[in-house]
Structures are given as C-alpha cells and as structure tokens.
Ligand binder design. Structure first.
Ligand code: TYM
Length: 343
C-alpha cells in the first residue's frame, strides 16, 4: 500500500524570507525527521508558479537551485529514500492535470480567492496565471494523492479549493483522488500554518513581494541586521504580553516566531510570557533566536553546492515522473481521454 504523502512547495521568484522558512520549510524538515519512515515526503519547486507575474526570468533557474540548497541547509535530508525533491516544470503531468481540473472548477470559485482579489484590485492588466494558479496548485497536490500539505496560513483558501475539486470529481468518477486533510487536521498533525507578519507593519504578512525592507527578514540578511530588525519591531502600548493578533499583532508575531523556532506549541510560549510586561525582554529573546537561526542556516548553506542540488534533482525527477504519469493516465481514462490504462 502507498504511504500517505506529505507535500509542499516554495516559489523561487524572489529572495526567500523568514516567513517562508518558518511557515513552510522548517515544518517540512521537522516532518521529515519525525515521519519519513512511514510517510512519503514531496518537497517540490513550483517553478511554473514562479513565472506568474514576474519579470525576474534571468535568474529564476539559479534561484530554483538555490531553493533546493535552502531546503538542505534548513536540515532536509536530500538522500532520504522516502523524500522526493523535483522541479514542477520537469514533470509535465502537473500542467496537464491542471487543465483537466480547470474544467471542473468554477469561475466564481477562482474569483473569490483572496490573493487574486488583492492582486487584481485597481489593476487593468491582470494576467490569467494569477487568476488560474490555484488550479495548478490543486494539480500539484492531487497528482500525488497528498494528505498533508504544510503551508502558511495565506495558502489555506487554496488548500480548501483543492479539497472541493477533489470531492467533486470523486463524486462523479469514483474515488480517484485522495482528499487532502482539512485545515484543522493539518494543524493538529504538523503544528504549521504559521502567519509570520511584517516586523514594521504587523497587520500584514511578511512577504517577498511587498517593498518593506525593515519589516522583512530575508534568509540572505546579515544575522546582525536581522537581529536589529527584530529589536526595532513595531509593538503597541497595551503593556502586557498577549497572543491577540487583532489588538497586539506585533507582540503576537514575536510569540509566533519564538514558537516556530523553538518548535514549541504556541500555548506553551504564551504561558511562559503571561504576566510579563517587558516588551524589550521578549524582543531580545526573539532577536537571539532569529540571529542564531540565520547564522547556522547561512553557514550550512555555504557547504551545499549547486552540484549537490542538481544531483538530488536529477535523481528524483526520473522516478517522480513515473508516479505522476501513472496517476495522470488514470484521470485521463476516467474523463474519457483514454480507452484504458493500457492505452
Ligand atoms: P509561496 O511561494 O508564496 O510561499 C511558500 C510557502 O511559504 C509560506 N509563507 C509563509 N508562511 C508564514 N508566514 C509568512 N509570512 C509566509 N510567507 C510565505 C507559504 O504559506 C507557503 O507555504 N502557491 C504556493 C506554492 C505552491 C504550493 C503548491 C504549496 C504551489 N503549489 C502545492 C503547497 C502545495 C505559494 O505561492 O507559496
């Protein structure tokens, strides 16, 4: 029987941030350490997503290779036999399945996606890729029957759309897809789903696509500069430490950062700081953790070469194409494009 699949992907079209590391990469590394005996883990590079709405074509290829090195530097064992790392564009079945899913997803569903609404507001030049990419993301997940998809909270709606289309097609064609677990089940399993906010504007997410240098920590930042950004982060005038994103988003963000780096449940971190009124102590602790994390990460990264990354990709992509093509064939047969699995 096939092992349950854990799958996630990180785009490479801009410098990766602390948000990517804490929201997706570190949770995946920890899942590998904990579960790789009993689960198949797919860490893929969504390079077709990276060309959506970017002009950064010249260095995308190198950035993709850098993302593989980033996974390895964060602790992912690229040689683990239950882990696959691969580029989306090297597995054509992703795009083919995305088209089939497009024929089962409604225009209204894609129009309601928050990311699409935000990116298309006040713009008269919205490319179709921005509208359509949740279908490709659903294909990335359903092609491998993934149950667990550790992502940051900003991707929750896309995961829910993936569930909806899987359930819809299962109802029509029999159980052709594994339906990914609900958001609540995902949270229980992997303690991921973080929402790391801008250190300057904690009401918005830390993001590579927003020009916010003092609020954003890049993985390439000097660790001392990153430390300063944490120490200078925006807080509030409440005067006590509470986990409350509405009234104290800056403080809540620091608690969240500590919780993910220390790999402790948020409730434990919150209890430790309850009753404490010194914001500067909290900032110091978060700053120490971020500085250490980046220092260790960057020194590991320096020891992993592009060749290491390429060798890992080439070893995995051949196998993964076989898995993906077998699944695609099944779907093609169900929707009437092939007479049988042998066709
Ligand atoms: P992307 O490339 O924008 O982000 C990659 C991962 O990093 C997480 N993330 C964050 N988490 C917490 N706080 C933040 N500030 C933060 N910023 C980014 C994201 O939630 C994500 O988990 N569409 C996806 C990539 C993708 C994918 C997939 C993911 C394509 N196909 C299939 C999982 C499964 C994206 O644009 O993520």
């Amino acid at each position: 029987m096939q092992k349950p699949v854990i799958l996630t992907g990180v785009r490479s079209n801009a410098d990766l941030t602390l948000g990517n590391l804490l929201g997706a990469i570190l949770p995946l590394v920890r899942l590998q350490q904990k579960y790789s005996q009993n689960y198949q883990i797919n860490a893929f590079l969504p390079d077709l997503h990276s060309i959506i709405g970017t002009n950064d074509f010249n260095d995308l290829y190198e950035r993709t290779i850098l993302t593989v090195r980033t996974y390895a530097a964060a602790g992912l064992d690229l040689k683990n036999t239950n882990t696959s790392i691969y580029r989306q564009s090297y597995v054509p079945a992703h795009s083919e399945l995305a088209w089939i899913l497009d024929c089962f997803i409604y225009y209204g569903e894609l129009s309601r996606m928050t990311q699409f609404k935000e990116k298309s507001e006040n713009s008269d030049s919205v490319i179709v890729g921005i509208f359509n990419y949740p279908a490709l993301m659903a294909a990335d997940i359903l092609l491998y029957d993934a149950s667990y998809v550790p992502v940051g909270e900003d991707q929750r709606q896309h995961l829910e759309l993936t569930r909806d289309v899987a359930i819809r097609m299962n109802n029509q064609f029999g159980d052709i897809f594994t339906v990914p677990k609900t958001w609540a089940e995902q949270m229980q399993f992997n303690n991921a789903g973080a929402r790391i906010r801008s250190l300057k504007h904690p009401e918005q997410k830390m993001s590579k696509s927003i020009q916010d240098p003092s609020g954003t920590i890049l993985l390439s930042d000097n660790p001392k500069d990153a430390r300063e950004k944490v120490l200078a982060s925006t807080t509030d005038s409440v005067g006590s430490i509470n986990y409350d994103y509405i009234n104290q988003p800056g403080i809540s963000n620091l608690l969240q950062i500590i919780s993910v780096i220390e790999n402790k449940p948020i409730d434990d971190v919150v209890s430790k700081w309850r009753g404490e009124s010194s914001y500067s102590k909290l900032k110091q602790e978060a700053a120490d953790l971020v500085e250490d994390l980046l220092t260790n990460f960057q020194s590991s990264l320096a020891g992993i070469t592009d060749q290491d990354a390429l060798s890992a990709l080439m070893a995995h992509e051949q196998n993964i194409n076989q898995v993906a093509n077998a699944k695609l064939k099944l779907i093609q047969t169900k929707v009437g494009l092939r007479a049988s699995l042998n066709d």
